[in-house]
Design a protein around this ligand. Sequence first.
Ligand code: NAD
Length: 246
Amino acid sequence: MLAGKAALVTGASRGIGRAIALSLAEAGADVAVNYSGSEAAAAEVVDLIEAMGRKAIKVKADVSSSQQVDEMFKNVLESFGKLDILVNNAGITRDNLIMRMKEEEFDQVIATNLKGVFNCVKAATRPMMKQRSGRIINISSVVGALGNPGQINYVAAKAGVIGMTKSAAKELSSRNITVNAVAPGFIETDMTDSLPEETRAALLQQIPLARLGQPEDIAKAVRFLASDDASYMTGQTIHVDGGMYM
Ligand code: NAD
């Protein structure tokens, strides 16, 4: 499905990003694994991809820094010679009630989850425009559409990602670059690990399919958007949330 394609996945050393990187490789793509934390975890993802017979590299970069992002794209283009698929997955939470939220908690989340996506979309635009093809897939969140108490920073960023997806889709469509988003519901990763038991139980009440999602549930939607099967879709947000947004 993706044989001969080159992909970059941000925040790919664990959680949803890791599942996306492995899923794209399984479908035939070579994958650049971006990480900002554990190099060993990124190296493990690279090993798993190479064991499938694909090329893989690990690239360290903080997506909130345009300088580090530009350096990362230079490395990826030098290694693969092109970039067909960009998945903007890196993200953080700094939850707090509005009254208690510190300015730096607001700024950190916007810098990583919103500006980080802009930095990578901007860096991908030049090579993809030259190729006259490309797939950009942004990871938003169901709360970006619904809102959520205690997450005003995160919700603003994830709603912004949906707007940015539409704007980039309109701007880049004439060069055959599609830009879509996936909005996960609550997925079992390190990000949701620390949820107290009562919050988890209350959450399950809001999920029609009555379970938290797995990273692979998101990876399947991303793989579809990266494939030829999605070539007539752009500017869309696919909700993969057990029915929460319904
Ligand atoms: P996670 O915390 O397990 O993984 C996030 C990854 O992003 C980590 O590898 C981390 O190192 C990386 N990262 C963080 N800041 C970075 C930066 N500045 N530069 C580069 N990499 C950075 O979380 P996850 O649950 O796998 O989340 C992945 C994406 O899915 C995030 O964008 C998150 O907001 C989104 N999401 C998650 C859920 C969920 O329930 N888990 C729900 C909706 C959306």
